[in-house]
Design a protein around this ligand. Sequence first.
Ligand code: MG
Length: 256
Amino acid sequence: MATYARYLAHGEIAYGVVEGDAVHQLTAAPYEDHEVTDHTHGLSEVKLLAPVVPGKVVAIGLNYRSHIGDRTPPSVPEPFFKTTSSVIGPGDDIVIPKEAVEENVTMQPEAELALVIGKRAKRVSAADALDCILGFTCGNDVSARDWQANDLSWWRAKSSDTFTPLGPVIVSGLDPSSLHLVGRINGKVDQEQMTSDLLYGVPEIIAFVTRVLTLEPGDVVMTGTPGTPGNIHDGDVVEIEIDGIGTLKNAVRNED
Ligand code: MG
């Protein structure tokens, strides 16, 4: 089990491995050939960034019965894409676009288990899928509901700038089938579920997605959200916590 971070220190961005209150700089991303250096910072001295810069973000829709409700559960996993330009890190603001504010669009967070690919994966069986994963992080699939319902595609509903918070760190060696996932708005529990309740678990998702597209090291897969999230507005604070990983915290504000 290892904990990886990406961070800004003294004007430079680096990857590191976290041990206790310290982060030891790596010579490259944790999914690349790398060595641990003796260049060390206190965790409180660095600004944590999104723990990965993904080449693509694949997200799974309708993957908890508590979220599906009266809708028909999909007969196979239901992937869609989020733009990499929508990724932000812990502590960054979720910015509601001006147009969404003006149109009074309903905005909701989606607490999700996210995984980071460690090894190139194409046509990987469910049995081998976990071997392709570097580790797990918290993800927020921020959603503009009216745009999601009314636009032909989800391009801005799910991928406006800042709509994909990830972090705070990546933890390897976790069992993705038994993690406790909690979403909070302003400190109040809003979503709560075990990942054992996923309709399609992580191995099945990887097997299904890699039939047709190669997942590369650093790519992110978000596994879906439980329940019915509450609405978020300017000034709110969203936290997503997964046991063994930590808490991803982002404030919400309207675009200036
Ligand atoms: Mg989602």
